[in-house]
Write a protein that binds this ligand. Structure first.
Ligand code: GDP
Ligand code: CA
Length: 314
């Protein structure tokens, strides 16, 4: 495996789309967060895996950022009539994915196996690897003291509330899959995708054995900053970083990743921070990182890969 990526949702999916254009897709592997997975209506829903799947399939809705293009929501309307849980929208086509996954898990398939089946059905050749087949659940404590599930915070409350802490229930007992660990260990370059560092990348790293596997190959690891000009492009990453006492800038990202990656790719807009990040012991590359077009993602993947290869010879 040439190119492995620690992945959350949208930012990672856009990056992966560039990587499969830059390299043979069979040489690309994503190690994907499972801590925002949730069971709703008895169905197992894996938002980050599905975002990666639908994006690599070219079937995602780029406007919404989640779910499938040309989606309808008749099942949700029906659910609303009964007073069912309708704050987490599941499209009619998307529901087919969750029905299939839930059935296969009930039959005894692992999440890794089901994910491989789903991605094969979409014609995806890159490997989408859940970091663990065991359940991990992000729990968010709000400033008021109440603890809620991640999707309740993110979707029901529209992340418009202050957070005081985050924990990953079940992570100590979770085991990384053999495929995920092998991808991390064998990749020429390992990229930490521009995903939410606190709730997408952290729960991947917290699975026992993952962080040490990442650290031990630091010179060939490259992180891409999800923060540009002090802001997240979408979602609450910047606010969460501030609320949890970190600096919501590329320097805050560097502090988080300095022991994990030798190189940090920051957006051109943040090049003024280069010296400050280098003082933390990271090499800095300033490049266009807003992946608004596939060409930008492809160039970014090529830049990251070269940096990892250069790191190997240092
Ligand atoms: P999810 O889709 O909610 O699971 O979100 P992610 O875990 O992917 O994290 C969202 C983060 O990705 C935010 O901090 C965004 O700024 C970042 N992000 C999304 N798209 C891009 C992009 O094109 N470039 C960069 N640099 N960051 C991005
Ligand atoms: Ca997510």
């Amino acid at each position: 495996m040439r190119h492995a990526v620690l992945a959350g949702g949208v930012g990672a999916a856009r990056y992966l789309q560039g990587a499969v254009e830059a390299f043979d897709p069979a040489d690309v592997a994503a190690i994907v967060n499972v801590a925002d997975d949730v069971t709703l209506h008895g169905l197992r829903v894996c938002p980050d895996l599905d975002t990666c799947t639908y994006t690599l399939a070219g079937a995602n809705d780029p406007q919404r950022g989640w779910g499938l293009l040309n989606e309808s929501f008749h099942a949700m309307d029906s659910l609303g009539r009964y007073g069912g849980i309708d704050w987490f929208s599941l499209g009619d086509q998307d529901l087919g994915t969750h029905l299939y996954r839930t059935q296969r898990l009930a039959e005894g398939a692992t999440l890794t196996e089901v994910t491989a089946e789903i991605s094969a059905a979409w014609g995806i050749r890159a490997a989408l690897l859940p970091v663990s087949d065991d359940p991990i659940e992000t729990r968010v404590t709000l400033a008021g003291g109440e603890e809620v599930g991640f999707q309740e915070y993110f979707v029901r409350l529209a992340h418009a509330v202050e957070v005081s802490s985050v924990r990953f229930l079940g992570v100590e007992q979770a085991r990384p899959t053999a495929a995920a660990l092998a991808a991390i260990e064998s990749a020429e370059t390992l990229v930490i995708a521009p995903s939410n560092p606190l709730v997408s990348i952290q729960p991947v790293l917290c699975v026992p054995g993952v962080e040490s596997a990442v650290r031990s190959r630091r010179s060939r690891n490259v992180a891409v900053s999800p923060i540009i000009g002090g802001r997240a492009l979408k979602g609450p990453a910047d606010r969460m970083m501030r609320e949890l006492g970190e600096q919501a800038t590329v320097v805050g990202i560097a502090r988080r990743y300095q022991d994990l990656a030798a190189t940090l790719v920051i957006d051109e807009a943040d090049s003024e921070y280069t010296d400050e990040i280098e003082d933390l012991g990271m090499q800095v590359i300033a490049a266009p990182t807003i992946m608004s077009a596939p060409g930008i993602a492809r160039a970014l993947a090529e830049t990251c890969h070269r940096a990892g290869q250069a790191g190997a010879s240092r």
